[in-house]
Write a protein that binds this ligand. Sequence first.
Ligand SMILES: *[C@@H]1O[C@H](CO)[C@@H](O)[C@H](O)[C@H]1NC(C)=O
Ligand SMILES: *[C@@H]1O[C@H](CO)[C@@H](O)[C@H](O)[C@H]1NC(C)=O
Ligand SMILES: *[C@@H]1O[C@H](CO)[C@@H](O)[C@H](O)[C@H]1NC(C)=O
Ligand SMILES: *[C@@H]1O[C@H](CO)[C@@H](O)[C@H](O)[C@H]1NC(C)=O
Ligand SMILES: *[C@@H]1O[C@H](CO)[C@@H](O)[C@H](O)[C@H]1NC(C)=O
Ligand SMILES: *[C@@H]1O[C@H](CO)[C@@H](O)[C@H](O)[C@H]1NC(C)=O
Ligand SMILES: *[C@@H]1O[C@H](CO)[C@@H](O)[C@H](O)[C@H]1NC(C)=O
Length: 464
Amino acid sequence: MGRESRTPNVLLFSLVFFSFFSLKYSAAIYNITSSSSLLQGQTLTSSGEIFELGFFSPNNSQKQYVGIWYKDVSPRKVVWVANRDKPVADSLAILKIGSDGNLRLVDGKQATIWSTIITRPSSNISSGFLLDNGVFSLMDSVTGEILWESSDHPSDTVMSDTKGPHVYTSWKSDNDPSPGNFVLAFAPRPPLQFFIWRGSTPYWRSGPWDKSRFIGIPEMDTSISGATVKDSQVPGSLSVSLGRFSNCSLKNLFISYQGYVKFMCWENNYGWYANWEAPRSPCDIYGACGPFGFCKTSKRPLNCFCMRGFVPKSSEEWSKGNWTRGCVRRTTLLCERNSSAIAAQAGKADGFWQMRGVRLPDFSYYVDEVAEGCQRWCQDNCSCTGYSYVNGIGCQVWTRDLIDVIEFSYGGQDLFIRLTHDELGDYYCYLNVERLNIVFPFHPLFSLSCCQYSIDFHLLFSCY
Ligand SMILES: *[C@@H]1O[C@H](CO)[C@@H](O)[C@H](O)[C@H]1NC(C)=O
Ligand SMILES: *[C@@H]1O[C@H](CO)[C@@H](O)[C@H](O)[C@H]1NC(C)=O
Ligand SMILES: *[C@@H]1O[C@H](CO)[C@@H](O)[C@H](O)[C@H]1NC(C)=O
Ligand SMILES: *[C@@H]1O[C@H](CO)[C@@H](O)[C@H](O)[C@H]1NC(C)=O
Ligand SMILES: *[C@@H]1O[C@H](CO)[C@@H](O)[C@H](O)[C@H]1NC(C)=O
Ligand SMILES: *[C@@H]1O[C@H](CO)[C@@H](O)[C@H](O)[C@H]1NC(C)=O
Ligand SMILES: *[C@@H]1O[C@H](CO)[C@@H](O)[C@H](O)[C@H]1NC(C)=O
């Protein structure tokens, strides 16, 4: 008898449980208001059904984050996370509009875990929407004024047509959205260029914007020509547009937890793939060859050279493949010597040596001069170590160590470096096989690509 009566109870329970679940767990909503919160399992959907905002747990763990991702795209690409370093483990946590108009992530005890901070509290008349460009926006429902936008507080992903300047911080790992080691940001000082920082150390650099591309990325002419940056010289008005790629139905740029900036493209036939990424080789890493050193992208593994007129600061370290201290000038510039020396060298003024097709060094200054004036300015100022005239940018000069120079196999700019008269004559170069070296990965990041070249001759160029 007991057994007969049990079955309907289980069935009844399942039905109730199921309908409770489908009510709670399948609803897509289109706004969050003070009267309708977002529960776990629900998603806030953009009007064109392109993006979703909701709770997710990256590792199938108990840790819940609120994020934005592409709807119906697998694997899921989370483009924004609200509570990056404050996951909730509470199944009763919800997202709601608080009495001050802010969006709040509250736990089951109504304690705030994360919240927006709107500058002008608007009591409880704000409502939250997800736009079709992946931006969550809090709006004053009465005036229509935008009170807060997720694009002003980005995570690791650059969404197209969002204004800046912004700072994007990588995740800690594939499964951990808390802020990681790498930051993608525009340089805090002119010229306009962007950096990957590892902590507070520059790790990679795009080179300056010449109004159509970043000149330190030669492949920008071809593979990523659709990216544009609008810089109206007003702080806060920088806008990045990822352009049109006929084959990419979805696209974004993000900084991976391993320190790569990746231009991601989604094609129906392929899924996600990186259309472009940087750094591409150890040569690309910021300052890989030290001051007055440079590397060639055509040479692998990383092999550094001193600029003409310069010698390794420490030949011992240099020959061991430790390039961090770079190179030093071999002969003192005439302009730095005393007046009797200058008189004795009359007619042998310092001059300039042209390096072709390079990524220009960091720390350039803009000087308002035409091309000829650019050289003259540099010639007349003894602290000027080099100059370059680039269309779209103008005259750039350097007044300190030249750092982060790459000789590209195609593209790049011409750099004119200041040398003594004697260094500008003909050179006799010798190529010595210094030693047979087993090259170990220079950098853990590149250990994979590195292992192809496990044995390499260590060559030393000497020029006299
Ligand atoms: C929110 O969405 C509901 C229906 O989903 C709609 O009735 C309501 O007007 C919307 N609220 C706002 C402020 O747009
Ligand atoms: C906000 O909402 C509460 C309750 O829903 C209501 O009592 C209060 O009058 C509202 N305030 C404003 C300014 O609308
Ligand atoms: C994800 O899971 C792995 C293995 O279960 C664990 O080691 C790791 O700490 C988890 N990551 C997070 C962020 O919880
Ligand atoms: C884009 O699609 C065209 C034709 O559909 C194809 O020829 C081209 O190779 C594709 N480009 C990329 C980068 O996949
Ligand atoms: C390279 O040289 C620098 C400066 O002398 C030193 O601090 C560093 O430890 C060296 N690195 C390696 C891998 O030997
Ligand atoms: C100036 O330089 C010349 C040649 O370099 C040197 O012989 C002379 O001693 C220097 N004079 C002074 C005052 O340093
Ligand atoms: C040379 O350049 C430096 C650095 O920009 C500047 O401080 C100095 O005034 C310049 N000297 C002359 C003579 O223009």
